[in-house]
Design a protein around this ligand. Sequence first.
Ligand code: HOZ
Length: 426
Amino acid sequence: MKETSDLLFERASRYIPGGVNSPVRAGKAVGINPPFIARADGAFLWDADENEYIDYVCSWGPMILGHSHPEVVQALEESIRLGTSYGAPTEREVEMAETIIEMVPSIEMVRMVNSGTEATMSAIRLARGYTGREKIIKFDGCYHGHADSLLVTAGSGVATLGIPGSPGVPKDLASQTISLPFNHLESLDQAFQRFGPEIAAVIVEPIPGNMGVIVPQQQFLDGLSRITGEHGSLLIFDEVISGFRVAPGGAQELFGIMPDLTCLGKIIGGGLPVGAYGGKKDIMSKMAPQGDIYQAGTLSGNPLAMAAGLATLRVLRKGGVYKELEERGNSLFSDLEGAARAAGIPSVINRVGSMGTIFFTADPVTDFETAKASDQDLFKGYYRRMLEQGIYLAPSPFEASFVSTAHSQDIIQKTIACAEKAFRDL
Ligand code: HOZ
């Protein structure tokens, strides 16, 4: 029964484009009307009709401690009594900057913004201003938010809805973006042979999560760092999803790479709207008012977002959290793989720590082409059967599932039992 959700969707569709404030969640790719969520706690969500779901979307990544974690709630309760926005510097922003710099290996200086899109957009402007060059390289299926320069062969909603590129992006700007296949160093080499002196930056999700999860080859990431260094271009890691998720210092810690700039978001706000970009001091100090490259924001460093983010990072820094996340991620995804195999469903699991994706295909999934070759009808059938049993997954084959510290082994085993049934019925 989801009568109330359906009524809400009908109402929403009258006044909000497609009835939603972000496209993927409308559920078009899987042919559903979305449940409207009323509340959340731990690993669970409840919709407006009181249906209960085990949540593997985790707000698309931020809820690494589960929903309404007591330490985050307490920090917010204390903070809200002190006012909600000042548009002025605060001690908490300094604490946040210090914490990020301690945790993320390559960051020496950082600027807070309000979303991942703002972070990547600002990092691209900085790279262009710093190098005096205009072209950028990205990778097919990587999604870096919806800024004009970055909506080229993008993942996430753009891939889910099969949009080739968005109307409204000036052709001249899009032509400055070169999109290459992920995990293919040769194409990158060739692009640099041809355009090297014009390339301001290479931006990459070091662990792509927006075409489903793709595991990067170590030599690919090493190559990105080497080639950008040789050509005087900047390497930008978009760690909006992988930051604080796969290790305290993100993918750059896991793979031992020092990018020039890093974009952050999601976890760093503890579930409140936030983003950040940071990197080497000589580059970051070009930002206004220290330098002349401009970027600003009234709500940047918002005290509530800082309080929730700092509380989340404090919990994550306690010993054993990442080991626990690895164990739970491993249980979920390896048992899922076993269940699909037992049912004779061809599948590939791509996982890094507590983020992963099941692709319905027999062949390895290493880039956007191979991700798109997976069986999307099978995904649709699987998604709907899981939702019917109260398992809330991202409604797209091109997104990640996330496990939080609130997903106990019991919850994971209950999920596997639902998957077994879904695979049997497919
Ligand atoms: N583009 C985000 C997922 N990779 C958010 C989707 C949504 O909130 O609908």
